[in-house]
Design a protein around this ligand. Sequence first.
Ligand SMILES: *Cc1c(COP(=O)(O)O)cnc(C)c1O
Length: 385
Amino acid sequence: MELAFPKFDERERELIGQCLESRWVTQGPMVRRFEELFAARQRVPFSAAASSGTAALHLAVLALGIGPGDEVIVPAYTWVSSAHCVEYAGAKAVLVDIDLSTYNLDPQAAAAAITPRTRAILPVHLFGLPAEMDSIRNLAEKHNLAVIEDAACAVGSEYQGSPLGGLGDVGCFSFHPRKIISTGEGGMVTTRDAGLADRVRSLRNIGAGAPREAAAGQARPYHLSTFDVLGYNLRMSDILAAVGVAQMEKLDNLLAERRGLAQRYDALLGEMDGVAIPAVPADCSMNYQSYVVRVTRGGLATRNHLMDALVERNIASRPGTHAVHRLGYYVQKYHLRPEDCPNAARAEDETISIPLFPGMTSKNQDLVAETIQQALGRVQDKGAA
Ligand SMILES: *Cc1c(COP(=O)(O)O)cnc(C)c1O
């Protein structure tokens, strides 16, 4: 049984076909169409597609003017790109601990990490669960910091009734195959700030700006772009945007199915002694990008015993994600110790992301739950012996 996979059908093929026939295959009309659908869905005025979620984060950091000498607060339990994007810009990713019940940034830990060099906070809506945005925004306002939402996992989730990606200064989404909708590789930047959107659009297109003559209202088709900033090629292709447009049409159905499956998992696993199921705060709705359980006793050894039992039945599973402060690059550069962010370390050691995919049957779910139950039973027998 696979952990996750995207869902494609005739509609993706149809739109890819239209794109190929049009012969416009780099960033063009299909990217615009995808951006417009996405912005409407996330209820933001501006969106800009990028080549990946990592690229979207990189562009967001650059567009905010963050660079050498600056610090950005990042949760220590997340996909590495949340921290890497800060380091790409020559700034320092300051890793802070998480709340073990939500796996999201602990606002108090964030407050304690603020220094005169802090420029931004980068909350992650991990596994699709919204971060505590009210506390984070208050903190940012008090210290005059930007807020970058890493919403890579979070299309379709809501915080106090609002979609994500428009709650801070800038939001970043991913369309990697592990996410709710996928273009293979792809990302999106969302914002309410027209100036920031313009900077992102220029930076993703090698730093190109409007021709000088345009300012005087005398642009001709042959006038060259200006290049006043050092940009990159982080564009999305129209072929991939065609897939994105088709995926947006499926989003509501995909979300409904995931929520149904998650509810069923909640019922199967919620009463099991020894595992904690995802805790969704009352003011949040979640897309269940990943369904992550945590072993509440026995730590790493028990977690690995459960994962071995899943492997034996050919059921794919993964640890939730990384404790970034334990990864070589960050350990070496900032001399971090596991105990600097103890909850992040525990989350890495004690979590399992279990299969949840379109078309998953009740039988599949029962098998996963039964395997976990039996493995837990064996651990408890051994403990009692
Ligand atoms: C997937 C993910 C990213 C990166 O997205 P890519 O499209 O794979 O580059 C960044 N942050 C988080 C939290 C993610 O889950």
